[in-house]
Design a protein around this ligand. Structure first.
Ligand code: CTP
Ligand code: MG
Length: 229
């Protein structure tokens, strides 16, 4: 009944706009990667961690993991050109016989134990699960001229976070099907499970504090969340 976490830190952080990818930037003196690794290291439901990093920062990531005494970390791998590729590389490294896989964006370094708990609990009877938040804005669809064509029913909309959780065979098949089709644009992993109709995708409550650090302005928000935690 083992559970592996794949931590995705293979991006370049282009929108963040620094030379070094954002996962190596500090929040209140510690890097996003150090904070995120510690949260999965500490969680009793996680047995092993696979970290995916840019090839150029493999050594730096290794130093951060060693400084954090991350004993659950099994391997650090070079990522791919897209998030989907990096995720596929991580999934391929999960030991056969592992039951559950959690896939998480290191850009959401502030993930709390509660969200991880809820995703793991849902995996007792679901093969795929995502953490979500209710949509609070009204969302519209527009045409090519940016004119509104529909106002979507907010009650049926959710904002998607990570971690997302899977049975290993389901996420393995999802990435195999994507490879076979030549599809490489998925922004998250549950969307592949849906695309190939491999399993129903359940939702659990995410956490408003589990923000994704995308722009440099997000650092101040994340530091405020860290202070209040
Ligand atoms: N990611 C990855 N491999 C890639 C691209 C993204 O592992 N080739 C990871 C990022 O490191 C991040 C998560 O996927 O933790 C979500 O991606 P995003 O927030 O878009 O990060 P970046 O791709 O690094 O940022 P940007 O899109 O601004 O370049
Ligand atoms: Mg990106």
């Amino acid at each position: 009944m083992s559970t592996f976490a794949i931590l995705l830190a293979g991006g370049a952080g282009e929108r963040f706009g620094r030379a070094l990818p954002k996962q190596f930037s500090d929040l209140s003196g510690r890097s996003l990667l150090a904070i995120c690794l510690e949260r999965f290291q500490r969680h009793p439901g996680i047995d092993g961690i696979i970290l995916v990093c840019p090839a150029a920062q493999l050594a730096l990531a290794g130093e951060i993991a060693a400084a954090g005494l991350c004993t659950k970390l099994k391997t650090i791998l070079a990522g791919g050109k897209t998030r989907q590729e990096s995720s596929a590389i991580g999934v391929a490294a999960v030991p056969p016989g592992t039951r559950n896989v959690l896939i998480h964006d290191v850009a959401r370094a502030l993930v709390g134990a509660d969200v991880i708990d809820r995703v793991l609990a849902a995996l007792a009877d679901s093969a795929a699960v995502m953490a979500v938040l209710p949509e609070t804005d009204t969302v519209v669809r527009v045409d090519e001229d940016a004119a509104v064509t529909a106002v979507l029913d907010r009650a049926k909309l959710r904002r998607v976070q990570t971690p997302q959780g899977f049975r290993l065979e389901v996420i393995g098949q999802a990435h195999a099907s994507a490879r076979a089709e030549g599809f490489g644009n998925a922004g998250d992993d549950c969307s592949l499970v849906l695309r190939y109709q491999l399993a129903p995708v359940a939702t659990v409550a995410g956490d408003p504090g589990n923000i994704k650090i995308t722009y440099s302005q997000d650092v101040a928000i994340a530091e405020a969340l860290l202070r209040d935690a």
